[in-house]
Design a protein around this ligand. Structure first.
Ligand code: HEC
Ligand code: HEC
Ligand code: HEC
Ligand code: HEC
Ligand code: HEC
Ligand code: HEC
Ligand code: HEC
Ligand code: HEC
Ligand code: HEC
Length: 257
């Protein structure tokens, strides 16, 4: 795994000098609260330079919330606890944590002070992912062969999630719309957002890119013996289940076409 920190000395010291307190900023606490909200959005408006977003505690000169005043070069806590002083612990909300999050390497991806990239990222998000994940490995996964128009975080949560590949909640329906608007009854796996149990999309392949063909698509989850007991299924051996059932949903629980 390569390090993702590309900080060079120039950036370090420009951080430092930009962090010098602005004497015109009021010491009044109430004013500061208002300022702090505004400062997340402090933007350099000249068109030549990229916008800079400052981290609130840095902008507020709350240097001591991270740096140990009594120990030059030391911190008040190690990451991730350093960050969890103020941010929710991802480990509490997510079942699976992304490797570098688990390891507490927050600053592999985030600048602690300020950044010209959204969310204080050390670089543009997709490039960041590809610092550690080989593009060729990614592209060998059928979902990823044709990624040009997609950002990694359109589908993956960078911190973790309820599945091993950290699919961002609602990632598919964000773009495709929810079938709940379309159907009175939504098929179990569709309602649960497990789109990829049936689809292997964005492969550059044809059409809806199903993972399995014919009845196998459905019998991956439904027990054949059980299904064939139903009198409505007599003589269907040569039919695809989707001849009669809509894979996403329908007007009643049997999701018939
Ligand atoms: C949110 C926590 C946080 C806050 C607030 C913060 N820093 Fe930092 N600072 C860090 C971290 C983490 C690093 C190490 C970054 C790295 O390794 O890429 C760092 C690095 C530095 C460095 C580089 C030298 C070194 O120690 O390696 C200086 C100088 C510095 N900070 C000064 C400041 C000043 C001045 C402020 C207040 C205006 C401040 N920091 C506020 C977390 C913070
Ligand atoms: C002293 C409190 C404090 C500490 C410590 C702290 N943060 Fe923050 N951070 C904030 C506040 C306040 C905001 C702005 C409000 C928000 O988004 O929650 C913020 C926002 C952020 C954002 C979103 C920025 C944006 O542009 O939307 C990121 C990313 C972030 N922090 C990462 C970190 C990381 C990584 C660390 C540890 C190195 C850390 N924070 C430590 C207080 C803190
Ligand atoms: C692998 C890279 C990576 C690591 C490691 C990482 N983050 Fe992030 N983080 C991101 C990205 C990418 C975003 C922006 C997500 C988006 O825009 O959808 C983000 C967004 C955030 C935000 C803004 C709120 C939000 O959810 O959009 C906070 C706060 C934050 N991260 C804190 C942390 C803390 C604390 C750690 C360490 C425990 C950490 N991050 C580790 C990549 C990372
Ligand atoms: C600092 C290095 C680093 C960065 C940056 C990084 N990852 Fe990871 N990622 C890892 C490690 C380490 C693992 C766990 C080891 C593994 O399973 O490959 C992992 C695992 C994953 C997994 C699960 C893989 C599996 O097979 O279970 C996904 C999905 C993932 N990362 C997506 C992303 C995305 C999206 C980004 C950008 C937001 C990103 N990663 C940025 C290091 C990184
Ligand atoms: C259109 C949605 C989508 C986008 C965009 C996307 N992914 Fe994925 N990714 C997936 C799905 C779905 C899987 C497989 C999940 C499964 O099989 O459980 C996956 C799997 C992975 C894995 C695990 C690979 C393995 O060998 O199993 C990694 C790592 C990963 N993605 C990283 C990335 C990175 C980096 C990007 C951006 C360059 C990205 N993904 C963009 C949907 C997406
Ligand atoms: C960032 C937006 C975005 C995300 C996220 C996304 N898709 Fe797509 N998807 C598209 C676009 C754009 C197309 C191609 C245009 C079209 O046919 O609708 C497409 C095509 C498809 C197709 C083929 C549709 C057809 O009519 O041929 C399927 C199936 C599909 N996506 C399923 C998924 C699944 C499953 C996920 C979650 C893993 C997902 N998509 C995530 C935007 C997205
Ligand atoms: C049980 C398997 C299954 C699941 C789960 C599933 N799909 Fe499909 N999907 C199909 C089949 C089969 C087709 C082809 C339908 C046809 O040809 O009439 C399809 C077609 C599509 C299409 C093409 C346009 C359309 O509506 O026919 C899109 C887009 C799509 N699915 C997105 C999704 C998304 C998003 C999810 C998750 C919310 C999802 N699918 C879950 C089986 C499934
Ligand atoms: C990823 C697993 C999965 C796949 C693949 C799958 N299903 Fe389902 N199916 C479910 C789950 C889960 C339920 C909900 C069961 C419940 O609510 O009791 C369900 C419910 C149903 C029901 C309603 C059953 C009832 O008694 O209410 C029908 C009909 C159905 N599926 C047909 C299909 C067809 C046709 C396909 C193929 C296009 C298919 N399923 C593929 C998991 C799956
Ligand atoms: C010729 C049309 C037809 C085909 C083909 C078909 N079904 Fe059905 N299926 C039905 C009808 C009709 C019902 C029952 C509706 C009722 O009881 O009112 C049904 C009910 C079901 C049920 C819920 C009741 C039960 O027996 O558990 C499931 C699950 C199901 N089908 C799955 C499948 C699967 C999987 C396939 C493909 C192997 C398939 N169906 C193929 C017409 C069909």
């Amino acid at each position: 795994m390569s390090s993702c920190v590309t900080t060079d000395n120039y950036k370090y010291w420009s951080f430092f000098f930009d962090g010098v307190p602005d004497p015109s900023v009021s010491d009044n606490k109430d004013d500061q609260d208002v300022d702090s909200v505004a400062q997340v959005l402090v933007v350099d408006n000249t068109n030549k330079k990229p916008s800079i977003v400052k981290h609130v505690p840095f902008a507020e000169d709350a240097c001591n919330s991270c740096h140990d005043q009594n120990n030059m070069g030391g911190y008040v806590a190690k990451q991730p606890d350093l960050c969890y002083q103020c941010h929710d612990d991802f480990g509490e909300a997510k079942e699976y944590l992304h490797g570098p999050v688990q390891g507490g390497y927050c600053s592999n991806c985030h600048q602690p002070h300020k950044s010209k990239h959204e969310k204080l990222l050390v670089m543009e998000s997709d490039a960041l992912c590809l610092e550690c994940h080989e593009q060729s490995n990614i592209e060998s996964v059928d979902f990823h062969a044709d990624l040009e128009s997609f950002g990694c975080t359109d589908c993956h949560d960078p911190h973790g999630g309820s599945s091993r590949k950290f699919m961002a909640i609602g990632s598919c329906v964000n773009c495709h719309g929810s079938f709940a608007d379309e159907y009175k009854f939504v098929h179990g796996p569709v309602a649960a957002g497990y789109c990829n149990t049936c689809h292997s999309v964005h492969s550059g392949g044809e059409g809806v890119a199903l993972r399995r063909q014919g009845q196998q698509l459905c019998l991956y989850c439904h027990d054949k013996g059980q299904v064939m007991k139903n009198e409505n299924h007599e003589g269907i051996e040569d039919f695809a289940c989707t001849e009669c059932h809509n894979p996403h949903g329908g007007e009643d629980r049997f999701i018939l076409n």
